[in-house]
Write a protein of this length. Sequence first.
Lengths: 123, 631
Amino acid sequence: MRNILVVDDSPTIRRMVLASLRGMAGVSFQEAGTGLEAIERLALGPVNLMIVDLNMPDMHGLELLRFVRANDRFQNIPVIILTTKNDEGSRRDAMHAGATAYMTKPFEPARLIEQAKTILEVQ
Amino acid sequence: MSAEQELSFRSEFIDDYFAECDEHLSAMRRQLLALDGTRASSNGAGSTASVTEELMRSLHSVKGLSAMVGIHEVEQLAHHMEEYLRGITGDGLPFNEDGIDALAAGIEAIEKMVESRKAGSITPASEEMLQQFARLSSPTGDSGNVQPAMLAVRPGETLWDIQFSPNQERAALGINVNSVRERLCALGDILHAAPQIREPGEITFEFLVSSSRGDSEMRALESDGLHCTRRETPAALEGQEKKQELPAATGAFVRVEMSRIDDLMRMVGDLVITRGRLDTVVSDGRLRESPVGEINLILERQLREMRESVTRMRLVPVGQIFERMRFVIRSLEREQRKKVRLEISGGDTEIDKLVVERIFDPLLHLIRNSISHGVESPADRTAAGKNPEAVITLTAKAAADRVHIHIQDDGRGVDRSRVAAKARTLNLLGPDEDLTDDARLLNILCSPGFSTRDKADLTSGRGVGLGVVMTTATQLGGDFRLHSVDGEGARFELELPLTLMIADALIVNSAGQRFAILQGGVNEILRVEGQSVKAMESNELIPHRGGALPIRRLSRLFGQAESSAKSFHVVVCGNKGASAGLAVDRVVGQREIVIRPITDPLLKVRGITGATELGDGRPVLILDVVELTHG
């Protein structure tokens, strides 16, 4: 069983992400509404893939990503950044910080599932 | 995914979208007011930055959400507003009045679009509005970085370093980063929160908390495995910028769709009806003294408790709409060149969500009315020895199952002589009558077509507003009153039921058919002998409390067979001074009924507000007595 952690401060977006990936076999989901909550989930159990929003209160998605990458225990977890920010600068920052993939909202459910599958297969 | 699939995927989330948008909209209104406040006091540069940040984030969230559900009109406007704010923060420019106004208009436009989307169609924001933001904005780069978090410690508070390491055992006990954060929020302000790695693989959260609580209260946290260290206040921290407070985690709440609570309420309603049947059976025979009778009584009490608890679920604080009035007042102040301060009390009074939605427009009318008719210009106020800034007070308080909402201003009061003069020209008032009675005054103000303004003004229109308020209050089974003192101000009072779904009602009989009348609107019930009735042109009169009470017979209004009985019952309702009675054959009793609204426009019959069922399967119509007797 692979664990996917969805981090977004909007419960609606979290539900939409979950609904998009519902069809994947052999995965379970966890949700976090803030960066700190996400880190707690990481500390408590294994996570195989993170889907992270950028603009969140109290801990920006990039901060979360940098934290994950700076930590030996988590640095190999693939992270898909899923954000409304559709500019080259944000994309570059995210890739520099170690994002595995960068997707913009509105996202196509099919495309998200495809990326998630590819990443989990490669792993 | 085909276009069709995509559409259905999106529509699945539309209710969530609406709910979340509502939250963001009220947050944005709050943030904008905070910005306006700090701008006016011109000493809040630090906090302005953090509120701007919050506002930007809210707009960003709305933009993202709207894009996800395909509401591009909202997405576009939110984007323009966000860009504008980004320009402001990037260049460090202060806010000006125009900027605040533009943002206020933008938030209102978003709200309207969301509302109209709820109703089906959507009108995009005008090009002018979008361009306004484009014009006001100056694009700058966005780093996406979060500013460092620091705060000036308030006098009497100490800084605490709190450390928390999550693990499985603590998580199982419900001790997690969110619950810790909630507890810390209750003890003081969280200034900073960050994850740390102590040893390889071990995560610790560090919170910096400013609190006025004593050592022992803070140390009590240690029993849950938290580490607390008191920090000496370093001078370097003083005077630095405050980070926005971390939002409290909402672990204790679940969001439930309103329709589900409605369903639950309907089921409770069905139970009430079924128990009504049981009650009829039990009270008919010897069963009353048997165990069944006792169970029936217990069931009644339990059902009432259940009904009350479901009712409580539907309640929302009325303060939500009170706060929105600040916006209205702000724009009216500028438009009319008057100075008004709004004071709110009892904003945490709770009232049914449906009632809150219905009274929003009436409240708006009343506020507008107070500002354009009641409140004098600053010069006039100074001349009258008043503070040039007027005060409008919005008060809410609950009493039993009713909520009282008062709108009080300290303006000139209703101009009775002017209203009287106008009323005489419209034949609403006799030439010798005066208008000392407030109830009579209100009735005239609420008459269709009545306005003391010769021209409609933008704000309160042609005086149709007050009539709307009266109609809404009556439809909701409430009451609308006026109390005006010349030169000192006017107070409009709304009295409303806490909830609309289940209510106490009188059951009456007319020509063999049963009807229900909501008890809230009934003043008294009379027994009248046929010979005391005087026939008039369109109605009849009976002597009542030293005066004459106009009555109408339900049987005539509904074209039923006339009763030949010598005496009948009259249900009296209406405001003091404007009471009227509805004659029915007999008042049968009093029951708790479940109100089912009649929503089909084809079934709209004057004088009927809804229907109910008393447990025998036959429908009973609910009468709007005010409309029947006064209409």
